[in-house]
Design a protein around this ligand. Structure first.
Ligand SMILES: Nc1ccn([C@@H]2O[C@H](COP(=O)(O)O)[C@@H](O)[C@H]2O)c(=O)n1
Ligand SMILES: C[C@@]1(CO)OP(=O)(O)OP(=O)(O)OC[C@H]1O
Length: 173
């Protein structure tokens, strides 16, 4: 590894057009609410008395993945592209926002390496439908999407079953 500074004008990873792959991070949190369908990771989860409250279907996995993609591409965040003031996104399924986020990232000149998302909360049990969720979200993004789950051991608002959070990373190049 050279310790010499780059020659004047030499292209480095710190200069446009930033040719190295870029990673991004995203989260999303929504409260549980009665009378809503529970949509998480693009899937409808039956048998629960609550869904997630939001302007769209509040799919925290899809939203965190959108935020991670926009973060990796330096294109802002969910609200910058799908603001709650825009009626066309009212009730929108998470996979619709995710497909649009992937289109926006590619339109900006990037290709998508992969996305990884983890749900933080006691339910729904992502592991029971992991393959189904990964196949759907990977087809939606056009790149591998991995989905996992973790609880908070009863701690905090997820442990009190007040809401759900998802954390995502994305790689673009
Ligand atoms: N929403 C969730 C939460 C957890 N899992 C699975 O349970 C395992 C144990 O979770 P802890 O975080 O309490 O250790 C976890 O590794 C997942 O396999 C899940 O599927 N969905
Ligand atoms: C998705 C949008 C738009 O419908 O609203 P919500 O469904 O409330 O979800 P949020 O995670 O708050 O992101 C903001 C908005 O872009």
């Amino acid at each position: 590894m050279s310790t010499e500074p780059p020659a004047a004008g030499a292209e480095t990873s710190a200069t446009p057009p930033y040719r190295l792959p870029r990673t991004g991070i995203g989260t999303d949190t929504h409260a549980f609410a009665p009378g809503r369908e529970l949509w998480v990771a693009g899937l409808r989860w039956e048998g629960y008395e609550v869904g997630l409250e939001g302007h769209s279907d509040a799919d925290v996995v899809a939203h965190a993945a959108c935020n991670a993609l926009f973060s990796a591409a330096g294109l802002g965040d969910l609200g910058a592209h799908f603001g709650t003031g825009r009626p066309e996104w009212a009730g929108a399924p998470g996979v619709k926002l995710l497909a649009e986020a992937a289109r926006i990232v590619r339109a900006a000149g990037f290709e998508i390496g992969n996305v990884a998302v983890q749900v933080v909360g006691p339910f729904p049990k992502i592991g029971k439908r992991r393959e189904e969720a990964q196949e759907l979200l990977s087809a939606t993004v056009g790149a591998p999407v991995s989905v996992s789950g973790a609880t908070t051991d009863g701690l905090g608002f997820p442990g009190r079953e007040e809401g759900l959070t998802a954390v995502a990373t994305a790689l673009v190049y």
